[in-house]
Design a protein around this ligand. Structure first.
Ligand code: GDP
Ligand code: IMO
Ligand code: MG
Length: 427
């Protein structure tokens, strides 16, 4: 009954999609447990290159059941577009199941995400403007509408009426924008409900059943630890928990059932959106990493800031998630560099600290302290065995393992599924 959780250990875009697609080959069930279509998971496998936002990255394995868990917020229009595009490319979505408890992204959520960002001016969070924050706020405020609600049109009407009235008051009176039409929203979401119906289930029962039958379940993280609303760089964070703890709540399984927590780390670090990143490289090396790693948003195309691996963050991330192992991705991106830096601590107001601060103003004053390691300057993408990596690359990975505090189970040396080194077993 093994359960593996694959968790973003940095600021998102660590390569979770690639790792989940790879591990899905041995998984019976894959569950997305957080976020929404703010995620962009890139997969390169024998079927081609794909960018998934809502559909779990196990969808390419026809015997895997893919579940969108209760912790996800769904924009049905985006989901249908994604499913259609997969179907057109010969990928079946018959095995896609959606929890009846997922909250829906409604048209007022996307509208308000944009209006709120505009109103923040220079203090904008740099959200994906997909309505994620407003939808999770409504979930917590008990103003959400859930996928299961669409199955009873009368009850849905009664629920939507006062909520839309309340939202329209904010849209018109606070932001001076145009009100949304009840009929349009209601009719559109009734149609979505009809289309979604065959996928909607009580998914905790399905997961429980799979585990009782000894099947393997893979929990697919979205975003990354540093975007967590509690442990991330708040307020420059997202609105649902990408942590291992979040995977229990967002999939509906107890923590005692998780056997392995795989932290997915890039061999360096990237961030998209606003907010500080201590090892940010605003120089030629940063540019080189961006170009070699093609560090542009999977969905938005936004350039990602790139920097050296930050071990202060790695330790923190490992602590709050309880990683049992790591997947180190994009090692090949560093292939051409003559030497590499790793941040092992911060200088803060003249003192040295090695713990990640909880306060954003404090973090903004932190200066990285680096150690330097030699580069390997030879291609790693064709390599499949750890022993065959250049000695300097092995030394770099071993140092990351030491700093993260757990073994590297997987090392990714290219975007394609097979461009992977299996170092230590996950289970
Ligand atoms: P996710 O959101 O965590 O799934 O990551 P993204 O898909 O947003 O970003 C990861 C990017 O790195 C994508 O373009 C992947 O195709 C790519 N990628 C993943 N692993 C590797 C790797 O080992 N090497 C290289 N060069 N690219 C990789
Ligand atoms: P994946 O799953 C990287 C960032 C946004 C912004 C902040 C808040 O592909 O790793 P939101 O729209 O969630 O309210 O935006 O979070 N962000 C991500 N950054 N990868 C992601 O997902 C992200 N999802 C949200 O850029 O800074
Ligand atoms: Mg991404």
């Amino acid at each position: 009954m093994p359960v593996i959780a694959a968790i973003g250990a940095q600021w998102g875009d660590e390569g979770k999609g690639k790792i989940v697609d790879l591990l899905a080959e041995q998984s019976d069930v894959v569950v997305r447990f957080s976020g929404g279509d703010n995620a962009g998971h890139t997969i390169v496998n024998p079927l081609g290159k794909f960018a998934l936002r809502l559909v779990p990255s196990g969808i390419f394995n026809s015997r895997t059941t893919c579940i969108i868990g209760n912790g996800v917020v769904i924009n049905p229009a985006v989901l249908f577009e994604e499913m259609d595009s997969l179907n057109q490319r010969g990928v079946s979505t018959d095995n896609l199941v959606i929890s009846d408890r997922t909250n829906l992204i409604m048209p007022y959520h996307t509208l308000l995400d944009g209006l709120e960002e505009e109103s923040r001016g220079g203090k904008a969070i740099g959200t994906t403007r997909r309505g994620i924050g407003p939808a999770f706020s409504d979930k917590t405020a008990r103003l959400g509408i859930r996928t299961g609600d669409l199955l009873d049109k009368k009850a849905f009407k009664e629920r939507l009426l006062p909520i839309l009235e309340h939202k329209n008051a904010i849209i018109t009176k606070v932001f001076g924008a145009d009100a949304l039409s009840f009929d349009e929203v209601y009719n559109q979401y009734c149609q979505y409900g009809e289309k979604l119906a065959r996928h909607i289930r009580e998914t905790t029962l399905m997961i429980d059943e799979a585990l009782k039958q000894g099947k393997q379940v893979l929990l697919e993280g979205a975003q990354g630890t540093l975007l967590d609303p509690d442990f991330g760089t708040y307020p420059y964070a997202t609105s649902s928990s990408p942590l291992a703890g979040g995977s229990c709540v967002g999939a509906g399984i107890g923590p005692t059932r998780i056997n392995a927590v795989l932290g997915v780390f890039k061999a360096y670090i990237t961030r998209v959106g606003a907010g500080p990143m201590p090892t940010d490289l605003q120089d030629e090396t940063g540019k080189l990493i961006r170009e070699r790693g093609q560090e542009y948003g999977t969905v938005s195309g936004r350039a990602r800031n790139c920097g050296w691996f930050d071990a202060v963050i790695a330790r923190f991330s490992s602590r709050v998630n309880g990683f049992t192992g790591a997947a180190i991705t994009n090692l090949d991106v560093l292939d051409t560099l003559p030497s590499l830096k790793i941040c092992t601590g911060y200088k803060l107001d003249g003192e040295t600290i090695d713990n990640f601060p909880g306060n954003i103003a404090t973090l903004e004053r932190c200066q990285p302290i680096y150690e330097e390691l030699p580069g390997w300057q030879s291609p790693t993408t064709p390599i499949r065995k750890f022993e065959d990596l250049p000695q300097q690359a092995r030394q770099y990975v071993n140092r990351l393992e030491e700093l993260i505090g757990c073994p590297a189970n997987l090392i990714s040396v290219g975007s394609a599924r097979e461009e992977t080194i299996f170092k230590d077993p996950i289970l």
